[in-house]
Design a protein around this ligand. Sequence first.
Ligand code: PAF
Length: 298
Amino acid sequence: MRLIFVQKKGKNLNTAVINNITDIKNTVKEWRKSNCTIGLVPTMGALHNGHASLIKKAKETCDKVIVSVFVNPIQFGPSEDFDKYPRTLDKDQNLCSNLGVDIVFAPSANEMYGENNRLNNTDLTFVYPPFKFTDCLCGKTRTGHFDGVATVVLKLFNISGADYAFFGQKDAQQLFIINKMVKDLNLDIKIIPCPIVRESDGLALSSRNKYLSDEERSWALSVSKALKQIKTLYSQGVTDTNILFDTAISILNSNIELEYLEFRDYNSFEPIKKLKDNSLVAIAVKVGKTRLIDNIIT
Ligand code: PAF
């Protein structure tokens, strides 16, 4: 069978960019003939070292690696940054080539959903994870976000036929919801969580860091400092989440708007009053207009 790649030309670019679903499925079918294991790294592009760490892990684990680059319209609310979200496909392709990725899958919204491809699409079959997990933390202010995430992730799993998928722990709620979907729907894929990657001064890497001015970036540093202090206090025996909450508030830069700081059991996602091993401390803030999230696991 002849495989057709829609490949953007560029210097020394070895990684093909495939834009359509049929081509990716045909490619995967060919790979399967030689029993290759396939890893998927789902992304929205604007790749940074955090994504690179997922890709490296995928390369270590699998024979073939697909990186999807898709700014998924159905996970953005009407007043969110869908139009503004950084799109840097050529740079992303370069990074993927340097890391030995086999294919970048970069479909259009029409390819994925047809013409009516926004969150309010009532013609689309959505995945609705349990409300109790989608309506809290990030879901409180991002109505429908995790339905859009679960829907696109299931589609990407089906399209790629991957054996393994790699997700960052920075989006801890997303990771929990995806693991739950995999378990509840008996999906034949193994989810590999990968640790948060930080700048040397502690700032968690995020594609949205690009929006920060120098001044805002310096304010944002107080987020990882607050989390670090919670971890230090916990290692000294402080478990009362009220005390830990107040400590974090006292460290957060006063120009930052706190959206939430929550303490949850990492495995069940239930709220907790006393910190224990395997707890998630998750935070979301607004720094200027930029929304950032971060977390630690005890
Ligand atoms: O974490 C992300 O970048 C996105 O939510 C994901 C998983 C690629 C789905 O669009």
